[in-house]
Design a binder for this molecule. Structure first.
Ligand code: DX5
Ligand code: ZN
Length: 222
């Protein structure tokens, strides 16, 4: 099955006091990746529902919310209720990932589950039907600007094989250290949805970078 790559710039690398300006700069993106961090699940703090609500109000592009928070069972549905297109929570933090994913879908959001680099994918392969997206972290969550960890590629291979076997239309996302060189590696291992923070926002021309990343990934996707 041929898929067009999705490029989701991470506004973690944007200028927080000029966020509306930066949202306009990524107008050719597929989704806007919004990293919510609570200083507990990860040692960093970003923003919460009030900010996400404002971003949602000014963004023409649908939001891809990545929750790096404790107790997503309690907090994730609120982000779906704000109208986020996609809400991804961490497997390591959720008490009942299947019940939470069902709740998110019921509210009308796509349900995503994220795996830290050290988290095994096997338990989730048989649960693929419960999720619209699996996020394979290619760095330890918490900060932008880190290096892509190629060691997690076997997890993408396993997900890619399970997707082919089941015929499910689940998106396979990578997040962390994605740039023009690493995006092709992830695409070859089955990823179709790519989060990029530094690579996009530090580029001399943001719109050109988004299109270049999409083109590169699409050429390597399978
Ligand atoms: C890291 C975040 C990422 C981050 C990626 O915890 O989940 O979305 O913004 O940043 P880069 O692309 O700079 O690695
Ligand atoms: Zn993220």
């Amino acid at each position: 099955m041929t898929r067009a790559a999705r490029i989701n710039p991470s506004i973690l690398a944007a200028d927080f006091v000029n966020l509306e300006r930066d949202l306009h700069r990524i107008a050719n993106a597929d989704l806007v990746h919004v990293d919510v961090m609570d200083n507990h699940f990860v040692p960093n703090l970003t923003f919460g529902p009030q900010m996400v609500e404002r971003i949602q109000a000014v963004s023409d592009i649908p939001l891809d919310v990545h929750l790096m928070i404790e107790d997503p069972d309690r907090w994730a549905p609120g982000y779906a209720e704000l109208g986020a297109y996609s809400v991804t929570f961490h497997a390591e933090a959720a008490a009942d990932p299947v019940a939470l994913a069902r709740r998110l879908r019921e509210i009308g959001a796509r349900a995503g589950i994220a795996l830290k680099p050290g988290t095994a994918v096997e338990p989730y392969l048989e649960l693929l039907a419960e999720f619209d997206q699996v996020l394979v972290m290619t760095v330890e969550p918490g900060f932008g600007g880190q290096s892509f960890i190629p060691d997690v590629m076997p997890k993408l291979d396993a997900l890619h094989a399970a997707r082919a076997r089941t015929g499910l239309d689940v998106w396979l996302q990578v997040d962390g250290g994605v740039d023009r060189s690493t995006i092709t590696i992830a695409a070859e291992h089955g990823a179709d949805t790519f989060v990029a923070g530094s690579a996009v926002f530090r580029a001399p021309d943001i719109a050109i970078e988004i299109d270049a990343l999409r083109e590169l990934a699409t050429a390597h996707i399978h």
